[in-house]
Design a protein around this ligand. Structure first.
Ligand SMILES: C[S@@+](CC[C@H](N)C(=O)[O-])C[C@H]1O[C@@H](n2cnc3c(N)ncnc32)[C@H](O)[C@@H]1O
Length: 272
């Protein structure tokens, strides 16, 4: 599918993920493009292991049934969508603003023999090229802060059926987050974060009941930088092929800065 008009308007985020560094993410994170969850059961896992565990937690939280339709809004290179379809036997549409990711995810679905069940669309999740009430469930898996929470929830509410479960992982600003940090992430990773206290109003105004907000900051943000440095070392040849030392230092600095200023939550909501 061609990029919609609104996809071409969000060029900076697309460029971030289309870049060589953006393409390195899934190599470091075991095919995922989200961070990881570590607890006593998997404390020694590497980044890929932690990312896989977080994906399993998300899949376990969905209520999607066999042959129902699910939307993955900001789908990366598609591994969470593919795993969801394998476990739940549902249909999944993944939406990404990145042309590279749509292409890569489509190849992954075909390799898994799931091209009839899992479809990747190059478009903006703020203008999903699907009719109202198309989906029985959906998630924003570490993606909504690139889109703007209010507009993204409004568009999700349009395409979800009443009663559908919407999951999110999100990175709320800590009470100590600084204005310098907010400016930095807006400029460098095209992200705007909200606080946990913003959620009740945001969800209610978009037409969702907020069911659960599970704070997993300790499991995600505390181990983050150490696991990331380990992943850079594990994949040093791939890293060297597309990033110089300065770029790697900047990346570590970004992760340190984010872990000082942001928490991490897994949210369950229900479309009213
Ligand atoms: C941190 S990655 C998470 C990827 C994936 N959900 C995962 O867990 O592996 C953020 C994703 O949001 C996507 N994204 C950002 N803005 C978007 C938009 N307006 N519409 C669709 N996708 C968007 C990016 O292309 C990327 O795939």
């Amino acid at each position: 599918m061609q990029a919609s008009d609104s996809a071409t308007h969000s060029v900076p985020v697309a460029e971030l993920y289309d870049s060589a560094e953006g393409q390195l993410g899934p190599i470091l994170f075991g095919g995922h493009l989200h961070w990881g969850f570590w607890d006593a059961d998997n404390a020694d896992d590497d980044f890929a292991g932690g990312s896989e565990k977080l994906a399993q937690l998300m899949i376990n939280k969905t209520t999607i049934g066999q042959d129902e339709h699910f939307c993955d809004l900001g789908c990366g290179v598609g591994l969470p969508a593919i795993k969801l379809a394998q476990v739940k036997h549902c249909y999944v549409d993944g939406v990404t603003i990145s042309g590279y990711q749509q292409h890569n995810a489509t190849e992954r679905a075909a390799a898994a023999g799931l091209q009839e069940r899992v479809n990747f669309i190059h478009a903006s999740a703020l203008s999903i090229p699907k009719p109202d009430l198309s989906y029985d469930g959906g998630w924003f898996f570490e993606s909504i802060f690139h889109m703007g929470h209010k507009a993204a929830l409004k568009e999700a509410a349009r395409v979800l059926k009443p009663g559908a479960t919407l999951l999110l992982t999100d990175l709320p600003l800590l009470p100590t987050a600084t204005d310098d940090f907010k400016q930095f992430v807006k400029q460098h990773i095209h992200s705007e974060f909200v606080t946990q206290t913003d959620y009740p109003t945001l969800f209610a105004e978009a037409g969702f009941a907020l069911v659960e907000c599970w704070d997993i900051t300790e499991n995600v943000m505390k181990p983050l930088v150490g696991k990331f440095k380990q992943a850079l070392e594990q994949h040093k040849d791939a890293v060297a092929a597309c990033a110089d030392d300065k770029a790697v230092d900047n990346w570590v600095y970004l992760f340190e800065y984010m872990s000082e200023n942001l928490g991490y939550v897994l949210i369950t909501a229900r479309k009213l």
